[in-house]
Design a protein around this ligand. Sequence first.
Ligand code: E4P
Length: 217
Amino acid sequence: MKFFIDTANLDQIREAHDLGILDGVTTNPSLMAKEGVKGKDAIMRHYLTICEMVDGPVSAEVFSTTFNEIVAEGEELASIHENIVVKVPMIKDGIKAIKWFTDNNIKTNCTLVFSAGQAILAAKAGATFVSPFLGRIDDSNWDGMQLIEDIVEIYNAQGYLTEVLAASIRTPLHIVKCAAAGADVCTSPLSSILGLLKHPLTDLGLQQFLKDAATMK
Ligand code: E4P
């Protein structure tokens, strides 16, 4: 399973990249706004900086919701860097635009996916990635992990090439369960990635080893 980081924060991207396990980055308009990125030029520059930091897919989301505008905006985003993946919302014009991007060799990430039916449409349109929002489903008292499992099963049964990119991750355990479910990619906040490191027995064990090592100096 590939590890993407779900942020537009350059320090966090650098920290995850320095670990040596980062395969890509996903952003969305809320994450970009949080970094105070304002205006088209600044947005384009920010995506370019991310692409220069991480050698892997970088999802940049369109702000448009109509076919012609999504295509124009997506083409412009894709021209920033070869690793840009145009992130398109799961709406009627979005699906139409994903098909257009597919036919024109532009990579896409179909976002805001909350059902297996939506994931089937994204795959039929040829999306490179589909992003089911696990955490937001859990937040609304439904079973987000079940959706990941269903999409993986359907894609395997149908031989769809779209990669399942589990999104809206809240905890390290989400990452572990996504790996077990066969997700192709998991995009997580830095805190969940770093959470995978933690175990109290590791800390206790290391403490003892260092204590014993000190007696041998
Ligand atoms: C998907 O790519 C989104 O950027 C993201 O995972 C949404 O996560 P959230 O539900 O924590 O906002």
